[in-house]
Design a protein around this ligand. Structure first.
Ligand code: GLC
Length: 813
């Protein structure tokens, strides 16, 4: 929620009255002025920077071999460490004009102890060459330029265009958030003539990021539109793809960072940050899938959420009192609409005090969760980082009192408590870099787990501050940061990561036999270890809907597999058509939740009439029958880092027709979906990659490698199945666990040669036992023979006893 010193953002004018925020006389004008300022500031900071004017790292004067790689000593006393973590993963760490510091810490990194693979180094007077089984790193000594080549073909993958640079002269000081906190550092790479760029986390942008530039600075940006940058999250990881060959770069630096993929120059793609180290990891594919696997190894694999998290979810700012929550759930059940989760937004609390319930609105939360539980519905509550600072010092509020006593709250450099303003008015934030504070925060969630709350929704964690959204009000806020006592310039972007971590670890301790379910708005790389995410305060517009696909797929290409958006859009008034088309995108997204702003028109599935409701029911029911398939693709994401919701380029990276295709997507390897993203349209072109494809609805066969035109009246989302797939489908359900997945029907879609294969993943859906092998992954195959289709079990893994369930095999003809 963005709200600036009494200047409300227009769509929320009415709601500020309710939450005690003053109305502005001319909000639209003020807002426009503010947005303009941001645009000017934003664009100045990126394009006005000419990183070629910065100091360049000096030439190499000596090379030291270490156990893990080499250290290069430079003429200007700079040092560069090249470490080999895996045959396809190299770390580059530079320290300008001084030796590499001993301290080496990152909140993003999950794996530090890599077993150094086989490698070699050779030196000539011009170059130092490091070779692994997959990569050749060629370091030119003067000027110092690094090239990455394929070890087998020696083909160039990525090369410095310019030596690594640093702003010793303070040229960029005027644009830097906090010049005292750091010096601008940058790396510059040659831009390939036909190079495409993917990833970079949550950006309000298209899939291929070529010719664009971006800033990372977690920001509360309600009603964002395409091009708004930055928004909520920072994932400084991208992949380049050229001639079908992909590499990845993870610039692990939490300061405000910049990525330019050939916008300011035709020669160069560069990245830099306003402080910290020039510290990046280079991944070699050549496949995107392999890079995503390595990125997950480095920054953490997404744990499996409970299976019910794949169920349909309904939210509203805010459902209260308890009887209204019951009414919503009853309505779902009465109308035969599937539902697994209902969300309680900020009004469930006592005056926005986190870890409390409002006694009038929710007198007995446990009775409520029990009752809804009997209807198969779980409750998720929102928890914001702002702990109310009681205006009256005699008021007792346990979260504030305890945190103050333990000294867990953020303070300014002069020792004063940092007091931002958020929903509760004056508030305080926890210093989540303190391990004991994280533990305390996690333990505070006992009030939720004791009351049967099933999951936690973390919001406002950029962290948003109504006093000033740019972070200036937080400039001198000091965090413990493993003893470094660093300031906001470094810690803003990791705040949400650490809050989600504290929440996740708390839920793990409080309910060790259950998988935590945490949702977050803001993030830094590594967030997938702790939280699923949604794309914040979108608009109820067709433009916003069209952004869903590039945003979900880009997040998937950035190591965040469990994503979704407010179905129907959050801000403004939609209509039945928009809502239906929105479900036709999200019914296959991992996070499937309809949510709406407090002052928006209601948009539960039935609100626009039976015609639309019937179509929405059809898609929600379809989602539930596809749960065995969706859960199998989710487990694949957990294990391999490859997300369920995919751009076509992820499955077909050799096919240039997919490189900027972002109005269609795939789920796993097998389903291709091409939604309608405009009003009053009932026909569209769909690109089918090479191979045989089946229309999901009619079973009509198509030969791919071409664009086809298909009909898509409002009740139809064009959907195709890849020839060669076996899709496991379960019974119709209104919530997860209503019935067992029995029977499971494999719909077999043979390829041109009559063959197909598929996988089914099963576990208990709730406990962490899968982590110790208590799961069952079964791989099936099918082949059309003279007497019909013959199926067989190719492989079974895991120790889970899935019980006696019937498998049906049906050939689709
Ligand atoms: C923020 C969230 C939104 C929530 C609201 C009130 O705007 O993004 O989802 O409903 O705050 O908590």
């Amino acid at each position: 929620m963005f709200c600036r010193g009494g200047t409300p953002w227009p769509p929320h004018c009415s709601l500020y009255a309710r939450v005690g925020r003053p109305r502005s006389a001319a909000p639209t004008k003020n807002m426009n002025r503010f947005v303009l300022l941001i645009v000017i500031l934003g664009s100045t900071s990126v394009s006005a920077q000419d990183i070629t004017t910065l100091e360049k790292i000096g030439p190499v004067v000596s090379v030291q071999r270490t156990d893990k790689g080499v250290t290069l000593n430079c003429h200007d006393n700079s040092q560069v460490q090249i470490s080999i973590l895996a045959p396809d993963l190299i770390r580059v760490r530079a320290s300008f004009t001084k030796p590499i510091p001993a301290r080496d810490h990152s909140w993003a990194i999950a794996k530090e102890n890599w077993t150094t693979p086989r490698w070699n180094v050779s030196e000539t007077s011009d170059v130092v060459t490091i070779t692994t089984d997959e990569l050749e790193v060629v370091i030119r000594r003067s000027p110092l330029l690094i090239e990455f080549r394929d070890a087998r073909t020696h083909q160039l993958i990525n090369a410095d265009e310019h030596p690594m640079s640093y702003d010793a002269g303070g040229r960029l000081a005027s644009m830097i958030f906090d010049p005292k906190a750091g010096m601008f550092v940058a790396a510059s790479k040659k831009l390939g003539f036909d190079e495409h760029f993917y990833g970079l986390g949550e950006k309000a942008a298209r899939l291929d990021k070529r010719r664009s530039s971006f800033v990372n600075w977690n920001s509360d940006t309600p009603g964002y539109i395409e091009g708004k940058d930055p928004i909520y999250q920072t994932i400084p990881f991208y992949m380049g793809l050229q001639r079908g060959i992909a590499y990845g770069i993870f610039f692990d630096n939490s300061y405000r960072s910049y990525f330019d993929f050939g916008k300011s120059s035709q020669q160069r793609a560069w990245f830099g940050a306003e402080g910290g180290e020039l510290n990046y990891y280079f991944f070699y594919g050549p496949s995107i899938k392999k890079i995503l696997g390595r990125y997950a190894d480095l920054t953490g694999h997404m744990p499996l959420p409970p299976l019910w998290a794949l169920g349909n979810q309904q939210s509203r700012w805010s459902y209260y009192p308890d009887s209204m929550v019951e009414e919503v759930v009853n309505e779902y059940r009465k109308r035969d609409l599937p539902l697994d989760v209902v969300h309680l937004d900020i009004d469930y609390m006592n005056g926005y005090r986190v870890f409390t319930f409002n006694k009038e609105r929710f007198p007995d939360p446990k009775a409520l969760t029990d009752k809804l539980g009997r209807q198969g519905v779980k409750v998720v509550t929102i928890v914001d980082p702002g702990i109310k600072h009681p205006p009256d010092k005699n008021e007792r509020y346990h979260a504030f009192d305890q945190g103050l006593e333990k000294n867990f709250f953020q303070r300014r450099r002069n020792g004063d408590l940092f007091v931002p303003r958020v929903w509760p008015g004056e508030s305080v934030f926890v210093d989540y870099t303190l391990p004991e504070a994280r533990r305390w925060w996690g333990d505070l969630h006992r009030v939720y787990t004791d009351n049967g709350i099933a999951g936690i929704w973390n919001d406002m964690n950029e962290p948003s501050d109504f006093v000033d959204q740019t972070g200036k009000n937080q400039l001198d806020v000091v965090s413990y940061d493993e003893g470094e006592k660093s300031t906001h310039a470094k810690n803003r972007n990791t705040f949400a990561l650490l809050m989600a971590r504290a929440t996740y670890e708390g839920l793990e301790r409080l309910r060790p036999d259950r998988r935590p379910y945490v949702i977050t708005r803001a993030a830094y790389a590594g967030i997938q270890r702790y939280a699923t995410m949604w794309t914040g305060d979108t608009n109820s517009t067709w433009d916003a809907l069209a952004l869903n696909i590039p945003m979900f797929t880009s997040l998937g290409l950035s190591g965040e597999p469990f994503v979704g958006s407010d179905i129907g859009g959050f801000i403004g008034r939609g209509n039945g058509e928009l809502l239906v088309r929105s479900y036709q995108v999200s019914f296959l997204a991992p996070f499937c939740r309809n949510h709406k702003a407090i002052d928006g028109y209601d948009q539960e599935p039935w609100r626009f009439g039976k015609y639309y409701e019937d179509i929405i029911r059809k898609y929600l029911k379809l989602r539930y029958t596809l749960l065995p398939f969706l859960y199998t693709t989710l487990e694949e994401a957990h294990r391999s880092g490859v997300p369920p919701f995919r751009p076509l380029v992820l499955n077909y990276q050799d096919d240039p027709n997919t490189y900027n295709l972002d109005d269609q997507f795939m789920v796993g390897n097998d389903l291709l979906v091409a939604p309608i993203l405009k009003p009053d349209v009932s026909k569209r072109l769909v690109y089918l990659p090479a191979g045989l494809w089946y229309d999901y609805w009619t079973n009509k066969k198509y030969t791919g490698g071409t664009m086809i035109s298909v009909e898509a009246p409002l009740d139809v989302v064009p959907m195709f199945v890849r020839g060669g797939a076996m899709i496991p489908v379960g019974p119709s359900l209104n919530y997860v666990g209503e019935k067992p997945f029995d029977p499971i029907t494999f719909n077999i879609y043979p390829d041109e040669s009559g063959a197909a294969s598929g996988t089914l993943y099963e576990d208990d859906g709730l406990s962490p036992a899968y982590k110790t092998g208590v799961f069952r992954r079964t791989t099936f195959s099918a082949r059309r023979g003279p007497r019909g289709i013959v199926t067989s079990i190719e492989r079974q893994e895991g120790t889970y006893n899935a019980g006696p369930r019937k498998f049906n095999f049906v050939e689709v003809k």
